[in-house]
Design a protein around this ligand. Structure first.
Ligand code: UD1
Ligand code: UDP
Length: 364
């Protein structure tokens, strides 16, 4: 039994890290194939270093020259490696171009495909991620659905393959790292932040940041919320795509929003745990906010993670400054946050690996 673990972007490295560690612990032969879709130190190598992962055996460096045929190049290059390495199963996670390329390449060679984070649906086909995840699910042989909602989505689409309610490995990754992060990160001191006395913002979705109007509206909403609660400033670790767009659109970032470079996972977990509210359009952050019980506002029109909206943990506002302001008021009124994390018990990676290696199934 040999596994090919295919990754390409920041969230895939973080969410695959518990799976990689599980392979190492159980001495399961595996190789790490990195498409290199993300390549800057702060979006890539920092996570291997922090999470103590072996370097990938292969890096296709397909992100440095982004082009319209990125997908085609990735598929061809992944196929060459899979032909050479002959794994039994290829495993992908999430909904990026790297995920789709990995699934297509493996399937084309008759290699079994496992998809972690199967069954998520935003029902918005304008998002490239939605078509990536639908196609990947329909190609996969093992579908690791993080929640019951995700299982239901797969059943509705009549995907007649092995569907496993596994939980999401992000819970494993957060639990494995949150205590360590507290001991080893002094980011709060560095940024002179007090717990629950600041907001945190991330924004990188193409539909938000490639539109000047939407990006401007999001910044305006966050600025207004910050002004209303005067002692709160907003920390904004900036994704490279967003940094480029702010420059291209000549947007002025409001003074109460502090831009910093993207952070490593340990520092970032600290900021998420300490924040009064997280504003985001990230998939991973909506999950982490629930796990860490930090109120979240998602500046998108829809979410493929509807579980997070239960009991008001996460509020959808789109890119509407007034809705953002109202959502902040709602969160500020809360006195208790007795939310239940819907993404599992931190044993998703064990379930995934034991299923793939035909060991005993863990109860959910
Ligand atoms: C990709 C995923 C998105 C995911 C996000 C996670 C697709 C279609 N999109 O979006 O689903 O939520 O990753 O962060 O797969 N860049 C750098 N350094 C890097 C990486 C990117 O400078 O390490 C810049 C490049 O100019 C690049 C741009 O960011 O052109 C966008 O990168 P790309 O990988 O195409 O998409 P993301 O926006 O990162
Ligand atoms: N993250 C990080 N540093 C940052 C911003 C995010 O380590 O400066 C982590 C975050 O904790 C989460 C993941 O990156 O685990 C989310 O990645 P991103 O938002 O880029 O992608 P998405 O989840 O939307 O696909």
């Amino acid at each position: 039994m040999k596994l090919a673990i295919i990754i390409g972007t920041r969230p895939e490295i973080i969410k695959m890290s518990p799976i990689i560690r599980c392979c190492v612990r159980n001495k399961i032969p595996h190789l790490i194939l990195h498409t290199g879709q993300h390549y800057s130190f702060a979006m890539d190598r920092i996570f291997f270093k922090e999470l103590d992962l072996e370097p990938p055996q292969y890096n296709l460096k397909s992100g440095e020259k982004t082009s319209s045929n990125q997908l085609k190049v990735m598929i061809n290059n992944i196929k060459d490696i899979l032909v050479h390495e002959k794994p039994d199963i290829a495993i992908v996670q999430g909904d990026t171009n790297s995920v789709l390329a990995g699934a297509v390449a493996a399937k084309n060679l008759g290699i079994l495909v496992g998809h972690h984070e199967a069954g998520l649906r935003s029902h918005d086909l304008n998002m490239i991620e939605e078509s990536n995840r639908i196609i990947t699910d329909h190609l996969s042989d093992y579908l690791f659905a993080p929640t019951k909602e995700a299982v239901k989505n797969l059943e509705l689409e009549k995907i007649n393959k092995l569907i496993i309610l596994s939980g999401n490995t992000i819970v494993d990754a957060v639990l494995e790292n949150v205590k360590f992060a507290k001991k080893n990160s002094n980011i709060m001191t560095q940024l002179k932040l007090k717990k629950k006395n600041y907001f945190l913002l991330t924004c990188h979705r193409a539909e938000n940041v490639d539109s000047k109007d939407r990006l401007e509206a999001i910044l305006k909403g966050v600025e207004k919320a910050g002004r209303k609660y005067r002692h709160y400033k907003t920390i904004f670790p900036i994704h490279p795509r967003t940094e480029t767009r702010i420059q291209q659109f000549s947007l002025k970032v409001p003074e109460n929003i502090t831009i910093i470079k993207p952070l490593g996972f340990l520092e970032f977990l600290q900021l998420e745990e300490g924040a009064k509210i997280i504003f985001t359009d990230s998939g991973g952050l909506q999950e982490e906010a629930c796990i860490l019980k930090t109120p979240c506002i998602t500046v998108r029109d829809n979410t493929e993670r509807p579980e997070t909206l239960k009991d008001g943990m996460n509020i959808l506002t789109g890119a509407d400054p007034d809705k953002i302001e109202t959502a902040v008021e709602d969160h500020m009124k809360r006195t208790t946050v007795n939310w239940i994390n819907p993404f599992g018990d931190g044993k998703a990676s064990e379930r995934i690996i034991s299923t793939l290696t035909n060991q005993k199934k863990l109860p959910v």
